[in-house]
Design a binder for this molecule. Structure first.
Ligand SMILES: Cc1ncc(COP(=O)(O)O)c(C=O)c1O
Length: 375
């Protein structure tokens, strides 16, 4: 970072380029395009596929608003489909039902989210994409370093599976550039289109116009956006990338310890991991079994907070939110699985620098609150 600051070149330049190359190598992707954030990545991904006014994109309601809000930027409509009760991911059987229902004439793409870092059932989603001639954009904001066993392929790294994959390097993510994102793709034409569009639609490498080899001349090739990643941010990414495997190992270790301990009390439901998934453990989302407890999720989380354990709730289903109801006519009750998960889930702390003592304290505190409040 200091190198970038001292070089006098602080915006998009050589470090952003290197970050793209090293990230592509880390994931095993053909192209990686560094961007300002995952929200911009999702927007550009859908735009690059030509999705626009009146088009529909199938996605999950159990996600952060960025996943679906970008559809609104393009005049497209999010078609929410309920999630799987085990993985919290888009349920392929429900996706097929929705496509078969005849309710939609303009579905152009699927936008699954690898929620919490658990990779979706990509074999089934890719089959749907082939059967219905759709595109697939993966929201991998939670899933850097995640992988899944796929038929005929073995382990497939997230970033090498769908048409376009969008990552987030937001401050809370598994590895961060403070703010930042990345798109990976194997498609040369899409990669070119996104590279140009991410910086005002200027011809490729227009950022070089200020260096010795550059020229003042630039051409505007296409519609453009301002979604480039600065070299200062990319420098953080380059340093974080070196530690990505350590981050992943530590998160997996914490998740394993939580899982083993929490299984001892049947009022607690640790997350389910599908066979063949290498989970990124961005979030550790556990559930309560309300029939076994005298207190609900809100009070459980509040009691944890009082005892020094900060928890959050991921996610509030989008279809229950004002904007999605006003704009698209969704109603609370539309997606009962997502609503049931939301009503009884919360996320335990999980991060690389968490000490073993902290992990033990969280486990002891959760178990104690469950015991104190048993029905
Ligand atoms: C599932 C999901 N998608 C997209 C985003 C947006 O990421 P960014 O903040 O990098 O735009 C987030 C951010 O938290 C997210 O959780």
């Amino acid at each position: 970072m200091l190198e970038a600051l001292r070089s006098g070149w602080i915006t998009t330049g050589p470090k952003a380029k290197r970050f793209e190359q090293e990230f592509a190598a880390y994931v095993g992707a053909k192209h990686a395009l560094a961007l300002a954030h995952c929200t911009g990545a999702l927007h550009l991904a859908l735009w690059s596929l030509g999705i626009g006014q009146g088009d529909e994109v199938i996605t999950t309601p159990f996600t952060f608003t960025a996943t679906a809000e970008v559809m609104g930027y393009l005049g497209a409509r999010p078609v929410f489909v309920d999630v799987d009760p085990g993985t919290f991911n888009l349920n392929p059987a429900r996706v097929e039902e929705e496509l078969e229902s005849g309710r939609h004439k303009r579905v152009r793409a699927l936008l699954p989210v690898h929620f919490a870092g658990q990779v979706c059932d990509m074999d089934r989603l890719l089959k749907i994409v082939r059967d219905y001639d759709l595109k697939i954009v993966e929201d991998a904001a939670h899933a850097v370093s995640a992988a899944r066993h796929m038929e005929g392929r073995g382990m497939a790294q997230v970033g090498t599976i769908g048409d376009l994959t969008c990552f987030s390097f937001y401050a809370t993510k598994n590895f961060t550039t403070a703010e930042g994102g990345m798109i990976t793709t194997a498609d040369d034409a899409l990669a070119d289109k996104i590279a140009v569009a991410s910086l005002h639609g200027m011809n490729k490498d227009a950022w070089k116009r200020y260096d010795k080899s550059g020229s003042w001349y630039y051409e505007i090739h296409d519609m453009g956006f301002k979604y480039n990643l600065s070299d200062v941010h990319a420098a953080i990414g380059l340093a974080q990338l070196k530690r990505a495997e350590d981050f992943k190992r530590r998160r997996a270790e914490i998740a394993r310890r939580y899982g083993e301990a929490l299984r001892s009390d049947d009022a607690l439901q640790p997350p389910y991991v599908e066979p063949g998934v290498e989970h990124a453990w961005h979030l550790y989302v556990m559930r309560l079994r309300p029939e076994k407890l005298r207190i609900g999720r809100n009070q459980f989380v509040e009691t944890l907070r009082e005892r020094g354990v900060g928890c959050s709730v991921h996610c509030i289903p989008l279809h229950t939110m004002h904007y999605y109801q006003q704009m698209y006519g969704y109603r609370t009750g539309d997606f009962p699985v997502a609503e049931d998960i939301y009503s009884r889930c919360f996320s335990l702390p999980i991060y690389y620098s968490m000490s073993d003592e902290d992990v033990d304290y969280v486990i002891d505190t959760v178990l104690k609150i469950a015991r104190e409040n048993r029905r």
